[in-house]
Design a protein around this ligand. Structure first.
Ligand SMILES: [Zn+2]
Length: 151
C-alpha cells in the first residue's frame, strides 16, 4: 500500500455531516477527492475547514490532466510534500502535526516512518545501480537526496 492510502481526513464525521453526504475517510480515495476536495459542498463547511480543504485542492489538485483528480498527480505531489518536510529535518510525529495544521489530514507516525525508510532504501538502490552502470550524475543525485532524508 502506498503511503497516500494511509493519509486520513481529520474530523471526517463532522465534515461528512456538514456536507450532508458520506465519503471515505482516506484522503486520496477517489470519492473523497471528488466530494470533499472538488465538490460543490464547500460552502457548507465551517470557515476553518473550508480554508484547509481549499488549500489542499490548490496545492495538490492544480494539474490540467484530463483524468484529474484521478491522474496520480495529487498522490505524487503529496509524496513530494512529505519528503520536503523530512528534508527540513522533521521527524514522523512533527510531519503528522504539520499536515494536520496545513490540511486537516493525519496519518500514523509509524506509517510515515516506514515510508521514509522505504524512500531511503529506494534511493540507496538507485545509487547502487547507477554506480554499477557508471551513471555518475544519477548516482551523485540519489546519494545527495538520501543524505537529506537521513540527517
Ligand atoms: Zn494530473
Amino acid at each position: 500500500m502506498a503511503i497516500t492510502d494511509k493519509i486520513y481526513v481529520k474530523n471526517h464525521r463532522q465534515l461528512a455531516s456538514q456536507l450532508e453526504t458520506s465519503f471515505p475517510k482516506g484522503a486520496f480515495k477517489g470519492a473523497t477527492l471528488d466530494i470533499l476536495f472538488q465538490g460543490e459542498g464547500l460552502a457548507k463547511l465551517d470557515d476553518a475547514s473550508r480554508d484547509r480543504v481549499l488549500e489542499f485542492a490548490e496545492d495538490f489538485m492544480d494539474c490540467d490532466c484530463q483524468a484529474a483528480p484521478h491522474c496520480g498527480c495529487p498522490e505524487r505531489k503529496f509524496i513530494g510534500y512529505l519528503l520536503e518536510l523530512r528534508e527540513q529535518g522533521l521527524g514522523p510525529d512533527a510531519i503528522v502535526d504539520v499536515m494536520t495544521d496545513d490540511y486537516m489530514l493525519y496519518a500514523y507516525p509509524g506509517d510515515i516512518l516506514s515510508f521514509l525508510d522505504d524512500s531511503v532504501r529506494t534511493l540507496e538502490a538507485i545509487e547502487t545501480l547507477a554506480g554499477v552502470d557508471g551513471e555518475r550524475e544519477v548516482e551523485r543525485e540519489a546519494g545527495e537526496r538520501r543524505n537529506h532524508l537521513v540527517r
